[in-house]
Design a protein around this ligand. Structure first.
Ligand SMILES: Cc1cc2nc3c(=O)[nH]c(=O)nc-3n(C[C@H](O)[C@H](O)[C@H](O)COP(=O)(O)OP(=O)(O)OC[C@H]3O[C@@H](n4cnc5c(N)ncnc54)[C@H](O)[C@@H]3O)c2cc1C
Length: 586
C-alpha cells in the first residue's frame, strides 16, 4: 500500500520516482494546449482583465473549458477528459503564468467542480458539472467570513430548515474569488445554527448578491467580493454531502487545493526565472551584462535550485497520488480520488507552504535583478511580486499548514498507521550511546547528499520522539516546536525529492544530469544549514542540562555534512540558464 508520510521511514527508489522528464505524450499534449491558451488568449488580454473586464474573463473561462482544461479529473459523462493528477499538475503550472487567471481557474476547477464531483449526488453532478466543466457557467467557493477565516468552522451563516425540507440561508461570505460574476456558489452554512453543511446555491435565486470588489494588493484581474445571502431558499436536493458533514467537504477540497496551489506556484516561479535571466543577459552596467556578475549568478543559481526542489517534489507527489489511485483498482472515480487526496494531505500542505515561499523568494529576487525597473509598473516584475503574496494567506495560511504538517504525522503515528514511534524510540536509545551509527553510504549516486538526506530524516525522528515524550497530547499547544518540525519536514521532503530526481537523471544518462546534480546538491547543502538551526532551537525549547547537551552532540554528528562548493555549482547553473534564456529543467 502506498502511504502518505511513508517516505520519512522508508527507502525510496530513484528509478520509480515520477519526474518532469518522464511525462507521457498525453501529459505533454495537454500541457501544450494549456501553454498555447495562456500565450494566445490570456496574456494578450491582461490589460483588460486588470481593468476588471469580467465579460472577457467569462469568455476566457468558456474557452478554457472548451479546450478540456477545466475537467482534467472529471469523467467524460460529465463533460470532463478524465486524466490523472500529473495532467492536472501540468495544466495548473501553465495556467498560473498569469496569476489572476490562475485564481479564477482555481476557484472554478478546484473549489467548485471538484467538491461537486467528489461529494455531489448523481442528480447534482448531472445538473451542474456539464455547465461548469465546459466553462459556460462560472463557480465560486464561499467558506470564509469576516469573523472566520482560519477558524472556518465557526462560520455564522445560517441555514434554517423548513417544513418542506428546504433551507433558508442568511449570512455574508468574505473574499470570494469569482464572487462578482459566478453563477454557482458552493456555500457553507450551519443548519439551524449548529450543523456545518455545504450547499450548492445559484446566483439567480432571490436573495443572492455580491458586494463591491475588494481593493487588493494584487490579483487585479481576479474578482474578489463578499457574497451576501438574504433569506435564500435552497431546496433539500442542493445539500452537498451530508447535513453536519460540511467539514469533510471543506477539508478535502483544501487537500486538493493546496496541492494545486503548489503546482501553480511552481509554474509561476519557472516563468519568473526566465524573465529574470533574460533581463540579466541584456541589462548592461560597468560595460558588461549584469548576468556576468557573481552576485547575480548566485541569485539565478539559487532560484534555479529552489525551483528544482519544488518541482521535483510536486511531480513525485503527483506520481504517488496517481499510483495510490491505480492501486485501489477502482479506476479514477470520486471515491479513490478522495482517499488518495486524504492519504497525501501532509504532502499537499508541504506543497502549499514550500510553493508559496519559493515563489515569493524567486519573485523578490526577480525584482532585485531588475533594479529600479523592478519597482515600476512598466515591467512585469513588480506585478508578479504583488500577485504572489496572497499564496501564503489563502488555502489555509502557512502558519495553519505548518501546524497541520507535524500534527497529521503524529496522529498517523499514534494510530499505528505509520511506524514512526518505533523508529523514533530506537533512535532515542542510539542517541544516548556514544557509538550512535551514522547513516551509511547506500551505494547510489550523489552519496554524500544521500547520506545527508538520511540524516535529515533521523533529525525529524529525534525531534518528533523528544516532542511526543516531553509533551504528550499537549504538543498541539506548542506551536513554535511544531513549526520548527514542519520546517525540517518540508526541507527533508524537498531535499529527498530533488535527490531522487537527480539520481534518476544519472540512471537515465539524461543530457542535463550534471546540472540536475548541481541543483540538488545546492538545495541539500542549504537545507542542512537550515535544518541544523531549526533543530537546535527546537531542542533547546524541549530539553535542558545533560539531556540537551547529549542531543546537541548527536545532532552535530548527524549533520556533519562536508560542505560542497556551491559557489561553483550556482555559477554553472546560472551560466547554463542564461545560455538557454529560460529555466533549465523543463
Ligand atoms: C485574494 C483572496 C482570495 C480569497 N478567496 C477565497 C475564496 O474563494 N473562498 C473563501 O472561502 N475564502 C477566500 N479567501 C479567504 C482566505 O481563505 C482567508 O483570508 C484565509 O483563510 C485567512 O483567514 P483570515 O483572513 O480570517 O485570517 P485570520 O484567520 O484572522 O489569520 C490572521 C493571522 O493569524 C494567524 N492565525 C490564525 N489562527 C491561528 C492559529 N490557530 N494558530 C496560529 N496562527 C493563527 C494566521 O496564520 C494569520 O497569520 C480569499 C482571500 C484573499 C485575500
Amino acid at each position: 500500500m502506498i502511504r502518505g508520510g511513508a517516505w520519512l521511514i522508508e527507502h525510496s527508489d530513484p528509478s520509480t520516482v515520477m519526474t518532469p522528464e518522464h511525462l507521457s505524450d498525453e501529459h505533454r499534449l495537454i500541457g501544450q494546449t494549456a501553454a498555447e491558451f495562456i500565450d494566445n488568449e490570456v496574456l494578450p488580454a491582461v490589460e483588460r482583465l486588470e481593468q476588471k473586464d469580467w465579460a472577457l474573463n467569462r469568455e476566457l473561462v468558456a474557452k478554457c473549458g472548451a479546450l478540456g482544461l477545466l475537467g482534467t479529473n472529471v469523467p467524460e459523462e460529465y463533460g470532463g477528459v478524465d486524466l490523472d493528477k500529473i495532467a492536472t499538475l501540468v495544466v495548473s503550472e501553465q495556467l498560473s503564468r498569469y496569476s489572476s487567471f490562475g485564481a479564477t481557474f482555481g476557484a472554478q476547477a478546484n473549489l467548485t467542480i471538484l467538491p461537486i464531483y467528489m461529494f455531489g449526488t448523481d442528480d447534482q453532478k448531472k445538473r451542474y458539472l456539464p455547465g461548469l466543466v465546459s466553462g459556460q457557467q462560472v463557480g465560486a467557493y464561499c467558506l470564509s467570513e469576516s469573523g472566520s477565516g482560519s477558524d472556518s468552522l465557526s462560520a455564522k451563516t445560517k441555514a434554517m430548515r423548513q417544513e418542506d425540507g428546504s433551507f433558508v440561508l442568511s449570512g455574508e461570505k468574505m473574499w470570494i474569488t469569482n464572487g462578482g460574476f459566478a453563477d454557482i456558489y458552493v456555500v457553507f452554512a450551519k443548519v439551524d445554527g449548529e450543523q456545518f453543511t455545504a450547499f450548492i446555491v445559484e446566483r439567480a435565486w432571490p436573495g443572492v448578491s455580491s458586494g463591491k470588489e475588494e481593493h487588493k494588493m494584487g490579483l487585479h484581474g481576479s474578482s474578489t467580493t463578499p457574497v451576501i445571502l438574504q433569506d435564500v431558499t435552497v431546496p433539500a436536493a442542493n445539500v452537498l454531502g451530508d447535513v453536519g458533514k460540511g467539514h469533510k467537504v471543506a477539508f478535502n477540497v483544501l487537500n486538493f487545493g493546496r496541492f494545486k496551489l503548489g503546482a501553480m506556484c511552481s509554474g509561476g516561479s519557472r516563468a519568473a526565472i526566465g524573465e529574470a535571466t533574460k533581463y540579466a543577459a541584456t541589462r548592461k552596467q560597468f560595460g558588461v551584462a549584469i548576468a556576468t556578475f557573481g552576485a547575480i549568478k548566485h541569485k539565478i543559481g539559487e532560484m534555479t535550485s529552489r525551483q528544482y526542489a519544488l518541482e521535483s517534489m510536486m511531480y513525485r507527489t503527483a506520481g504517488l497520488i496517481d499510483a495510490r489511485v491505480v492501486a485501489s483498482g477502482e479506476g479514477h472515480g470520486a471515491q479513490p480520488m478522495l482517499q488518495a487526496l486524504e492519504e497525501f494531505a501532509i504532502e499537499a500542505s508541504i506543497a502549499k507552504v514550500l510553493g508559496s515561499e519559493v515563489i515569493d523568494y524567486i519573485l523578490d529576487e526577480n525584482v532585485q535583478i531588475h533594479g529600479g525597473n523592478g519597482y515600476v509598473r512598466d515591467y512585469p516584475a513588480e506585478g508578479h511580486y504583488r500577485d504572489a503574496r496572497v499564496n501564503r494567506i489563502f488555502e489555509g495560511t502557512n502558519e495553519i499548514n505548518r501546524l497541520l504538517i507535524p500534527g497529521m504525522l503524529m496522529k498517523r503515528a499514534l494510530k499505528g498507521e505509520l511506524a514512526l514511534i518505533p523508529a523514533a524510540m530506537k533512535l532515542q536509545d542510539e542517541i544516548m550511546s556514544p557509538a550512535m551509527s551514522l547513516p551509511e553510504d547506500d551505494g547510489a549516486a550523489l552519496a554524500e547528499e544521500s547520506r545527508a538526506v538520511s540524516a535529515f530524516k533521523k533529525v525529524v525522528l529525534m525531534l518528533a520522539g523528544t516532542a511526543m515524550q516531553g509533551y504528550g497530547e499537549k504538543l498541539q499547544d506548542e506551536q513554535e516546536v511544531l513549526s520548527y518540525l514542519a520546517d525540517i519536514l518540508i526541507d527533508t521532503y524537498a531535499s529527498e525529492s530533488a535527490l531522487l530526481r537527480a539520481q534518476r537523471a544519472i540512471l537515465d544518462s539524461h543530457a542535463t544530469s550534471d546540472l540536475q546534480s548541481d541543483a540538488a546538491r545546492v538545495y541539500i547543502d542549504e537545507a542542512a544549514g537550515r535544518i541544523e538551526i531549526a533543530a537546535r532551537h527546537c531542542l533547546a525549547a524541549m530539553a535542558e542540562g545533560d539531556v540537551l547537551r547529549t542531543q546537541l552532540a548527536a545532532l552535530r554528528r548527524l549533520l556533519k555534512v562536508t560542505p560542497a562548493n556551491t559557489v561553483v555549482m550556482r555559477r554553472r547553473l546560472a551560466d547554463a540558464t542564461v545560455r538557454k534564456g529560460a529555466y533549465l529543467f523543463y
